[in-house]
Design a protein around this ligand. Structure first.
Ligand code: PEP
Length: 258
C-alpha cells in the first residue's frame, strides 16, 4: 500500500487578527513540542487570513517550526488593476505551501464558479504551491442520492485540463456542504465512500501513481471526538477543520489522534 502523510489543516476563515494568530501558533508549537509530536508522521497546516500570513511566517522561520501554512483563496490573475485581490506569487513569497480553492463559503458568497476555480488551481500550481480543492454535495444532492457523482464531477471539472504532474500535486478536501459548521458529521463510511470514489476516478483518468499521490481530506464538523474513526478509513488522508481549529487545545488533540 501507498503511504501518504496525513494532513491536518486548520481553516481559520475570517477569525483571528495577527496578534491572536501569533498567540495561537506559539501555543500550538508549545503543545505539540510538549507532546513530542512527530511531524514526519502527520503534517499540521494553518490557514490564517491574508493579514496574518506574515506574522505566521516570521514565527515559523524564527522558531524553525514544522507547522506549514497557506491562504484561504487567491486571485486568478498575476498582477495589475485588481483592487483588493492578492496574487499567488505574493502568497508564495510569504512561505505558503498551500491555498484553499473553492471552499463552499467562497462558492456561495463570491462569484467563484467552476471556471474561476480552475484558474485559481492553475495560479496556485504556477506559483509552486499546492491547491486544496474543496468539493462536496449539498443536502439536496444527498437527498437525491447523487452525492458521489456530484463530488467526483466537481474534481473532474478541475482536473480535465490539468496534466498528470499538475494533478498529482492536488489535494482534495471532500466537504459535504451540509456538514460544514453544522455539527452534523459524515459517517466514516460515507467519508470513505466519497474519498474512494474520487481516488478511483483519478486512477482511471491519470493512473495509479497520480491517484496514490493525491491526499484526500475530509471536512465537516470534525472534532477530537470523531477524528479517530474518520482517519482510520483507508482513503481519508486527513482533515480540513473549521470550528475545531479555532481552539488550539482541540486542534493539537486532533493532530495527535491522526
Ligand atoms: C470548513 O470550513 O472547511 C469546515 C469543515 O468547517 P467545520 O469544521 O466548522 O465544519
Amino acid at each position: 500500500t501507498v503511504k501518504r502523510i496525513p494532513l491536518v489543516a486548520g481553516n481559520w476563515k475570517m477569525n483571528f487578527d495577527h496578534l491572536e494568530a501569533t498567540y495561537f501558533v506559539q501555543k500550538l508549537a508549545w503543545l505539540l513540542r510538549d507532546a513530542h509530536f512527530d511531524f514526519k508522521r502527520c503534517e499540521v497546516a494553518l490557514f490564517p487570513s491574508f493579514t496574518s500570513l506574515r506574522s505566521v511566517q516570521v514565527l515559523v522561520e524564527a522558531d524553525r517550526l514544522r507547522v506549514t501554512y497557506g491562504a484561504q483563496s487567491v486571485s486568478v490573475t498575476t498582477q495589475g488593476a485588481f483592487t483588493g485581490d492578492v496574487s499567488a506569487d505574493m502568497i508564495a513569497h510569504l512561505g505558503c505551501s498551500y491555498v484553499i480553492v473553492g471552499h463552499s463559503e467562497r462558492r456561495k458568497y463570491h462569484p467563484e464558479d467552476d471556471a474561476n476555480i480552475v484558474d485559481q488551481v492553475r495560479a496556485v500550481l504556477a506559483a509552486g504551491m499546492q491547491p486544496i480543492l474543496c468539493v462536496g454535495e449539498s443536502f439536496e444532492e444527498r437527498r437525491q442520492g447523487i452525492e458521489l457523482d456530484f463530488a467526483v464531477g466537481q474534481v473532474r471539472d478541475v482536473t480535465r485540463d490539468l496534466s498528470d504532474e499538475e494533478t498529482s500535486k492536488l489535494i482534495v478536501a471532500y466537504e459535504p456542504v451540509w456538514a460544514i459548521g453544522t455539527g452534523m458529521v459524515a459517517t466514516p463510511q460515507s467519508a470513505q465512500e466519497a474519498s474512494c470514489a474520487i481516488r478511483e476516478d483519478l486512477r482511471e483518468t491519470f493512473g495509479a501513481d497520480v491517484a496514490d499521490a493525491v491526499r484526500i481530506l475530509y471536512g465537516g464538523s470534525v472534532t477530537s471526538k470523531n477524528a479517530s474513526e474518520l482517519i482510520s478509513q483507508p482513503d481519508v488522508d486527513g482533515f480540513l477543520i473549521g470550528g475545531a481549529a479555532l481552539d488550539v487545545d482541540e486542534l493539537a488533540k486532533i493532530a495527535r489522534l491522526v
